[in-house]
Write a protein that binds this ligand. Structure first.
Ligand SMILES: [Zn+2]
Ligand SMILES: [Zn+2]
Length: 349
């Protein structure tokens, strides 16, 4: 049986923490359950999932729809697009059956690459290898969540770069329906016409998507989020604090400085470090542009935003004594002192 291999290459960098990641997890489940109800897809479609942050891994090898079990997505620091492409190319080489003189292999694979940020690695060598050896034989659609992705580098991978600008639940649902419909259409075409021609972009607008034609207009967008990584002093586990850019309008247009409001704090487990890049020089952000300070999402300590001399963020209760979970130094915080603003290191995005 010739399979139709579908690869999802999913960005699980820090900025995806919270709502976007759970939407993505639910989205994959929805795609699989929709395709299972379609006899054509059930017969041909196999799905593989690759997640990437600072590191990239195949979290589900190419598997048929019936056996597919939706995995829990990790979170990590960094957006290593080059490493993600390397993993994708390896998966295509090892999992997709090639057509030989003796036997017909799998159908042309389809790749949905979904990302929300700019690469933090140097992807050029991998991009060049993709162009030279894979681009003609694999059809790829790159989808950006928001405008902060590097459209130029994605355009080098495929002409089909789409952007989902809205992040409402409704629009994400439409987008997921569009992906399911595209895969269904492919498996039908295979059955009826005996060929696969890649995803049709005719109905992208129904999925709430915009085809990116001119990459220039996106080139200067700054990140919408400030993400800070802390470690809980009780559980020793990492957590993220996510601050979203506050849209200033009307009278505020005269205030030049950007501000970021707390969107949430999220407890993670130690797999976070396995998915993060090791080499990373953080940019710093001044706390004066951040609004809101959460309690520790890991242990409930009242202050998640204490900072050690080692430069790292940790949680503490009001008592003032704590051991830094990053460097093990005992710390005493003066709770009566004036809490002035200071610089903290941003995450990798
Ligand atoms: Zn804590
Ligand atoms: Zn420390």
């Amino acid at each position: 049986m010739r399979r139709l291999p579908i690869f999802f290459v999913l960005d699980v960098s820090e900025s995806m923490v919270g709502e976007p990641l759970s939407q993505m997890e639910e989205g994959i489940e929805k795609i699989v359950s929709t395709l299972r109800q379609d006899p054509h897809s059930l017969e041909t479609v196999s799905i593989g999932l690759i997640a990437f942050a600072g590191k990239a891994k195949a979290i589900t090898p190419l598997i048929d729809l019936v056996s597919f079990y939706p995995p829990k997505m990790p979170i990590g620091g960094g957006t290593s697009l080059g490493i993600a492409l390397d993993v994708l190319m390896k998966e295509i080489d090892t999992q997709v059956v090639k057509t030989t003189l003796e036997a017909r292999g799998d159908w042309q694979p389809l790749v949905f690459l979904i990302t929300d940020g700019k690469p933090t690695d140097q992807p050029q060598a991998s991009v060049a290898r993709w162009q030279k050896e894979y681009a003609d034989q694999v059809s790829m659609v790159a989808i950006t969540l928001g405008k902060n992705a590097d459209m130029q580098v994605l355009k080098q991978l495929t002409d089909d770069v789409l952007t989902l600008e809205s992040s409402t639940e409704e629009d994400f649902r439409k987008f997921i329906e569009w992906v399911s419909a595209s895969v269904k259409a492919q498996s039908q075409q295979i059955e009826v016409e005996g060929q696969s021609s890649g995803v049709s972009l005719a109905k992208v607008s129904e999925g709430g998507l915009t085809l990116v034609k001119n990459t220039e207009q996106y080139s200067n967008s700054d990140p919408d989020y400030v993400i800070l990584t802390g470690k809980c002093s009780k559980t020793k586990k990492p957590y993220l604090m996510k601050y979203a850019k506050i849209q200033t309008a009307g009278m505020d247009q005269f205030i030049k400085q950007e501000r970021f409001g707390l969107e949430g704090a999220y407890a993670l487990d130690n797999t976070y470090f396995e998915w993060s890049s090791e080499q990373f020089t953080p940019e710093s952000v001044n706390t004066s542009v951040l609004d809101g300070a959460p309690p520790c999402p890991s242990c409930g300590n009242t202050i998640a935003f204490a900072i050690c001399e080692c430069g790292h963020i940790l949680c503490m209760d009001g008592s003032g004594f704590v051991e830094c979970p990053w460097c093990d130094k005992p710390l005493q915080f003066d709770m009566n002192g004036k809490g002035g603003d200071f610089n903290v290191n941003r995450g990798q995005g």
